[in-house]
Design a protein around this ligand. Structure first.
Ligand code: FMN
Length: 217
């Protein structure tokens, strides 16, 4: 599959078949992560592939209360979402059926190797994740090219200690994401809902029109 087509159709897959994913495919998809860039090439990211049904159930049992808390905040207006009911129904379905997704990939990182260049700027720190998420995107693109669906989830970071205990993850590692992996129940979308290029990319000065951007809406 052409890499551009993979990017254009890489959605959050929230409905999965129960069919297994072979060891060969899991290893092939994860191998793509090795090629991702990391700061100073220090390669701080490691992965635990979770297939064991009891462990997937335990991960679900950690995820569900977090999601329930989030959806309650949306419902009460404490968090403004603007999400369509269909979107929330999909995310809710995903949470309730998480244990049935055949593969979960827990992304770990040696946090002491992640540099926070922007820690003194008085805003949310952005740079530490920059050595992690290129690898995550590679995994998801490789999965897409094999016809496999994924969701990048971060909510489970709220249960990091429990996940680490469950999977024997060493103290010096943090958990950065859990990627679900499986065969999609629904077709991939033809087009993702994203802002037009002209709204997000500029030339020479913020807000100034980028030539040709209007072609990509
Ligand atoms: C940083 C990040 C964290 C996310 N965390 C979660 C999550 O915890 N649970 C979840 O269901 N989806 C999660 N998502 C998926 C997003 O909701 C999804 O990518 C977004 O709504 C776009 O969906 P689409 O690609 O299907 O259009 C996350 C995505 C990103 C990039």
């Amino acid at each position: 599959m052409d890499v551009i087509e993979a990017m254009e159709t890489l959605n959050a897959c929230r409905h999965y078949k129960k069919d297994p994913v072979s060891d060969q495919l899991v290893a092939k998809v994860l191998n793509s992560a090795r090629w991702a860039a990391t700061g100073s090439n220090n390669q701080p990211v490691t992965y635990v592939v979770v297939r064991d049904a009891a462990k997937r159930r335990a991960i679900h049992d950690l995820y569900q209360p977090i999601w329930d808390m989030v959806i309650k905040k949306y419902a009460s207006g404490e968090i403004k979402s603007g999400f369509a009911p269909k979107f929330l129904a999909n995310v809710d379905h995903f949470a309730r059926h998480l244990a049935d997704v055949p593969v979960m990939i827990v992304v770990c990182a040696r946090w002491q190797d992640l540099t926070a260049l922007d820690s003194n700027l008085g805003r949310t720190v952005l740079t530490p994740g920059s050595s992690i998420y290129p690898a995550v995107q590679n995994i998801m693109l490789a999965a897409r090219s094999e016809g496999l669906g994924t969701v990048l989830t971060t909510l489970l970071v709220l249960s990091e200690n429990e996940i680490k205990r469950l999977l024997n993850i060493p103290d010096e590692l943090a958990t950065a994401a859990v990627i679900t992996l499986g065969w999609p129940e629904k077709p991939f979308p033809k087009k993702l809902r994203r802002k037009p290029l002209g709204e997000v990319a500029f030339l020479d000065s913020y807000g100034a029109t980028l030539p040709e951007a209007g072609k990509y809406a």
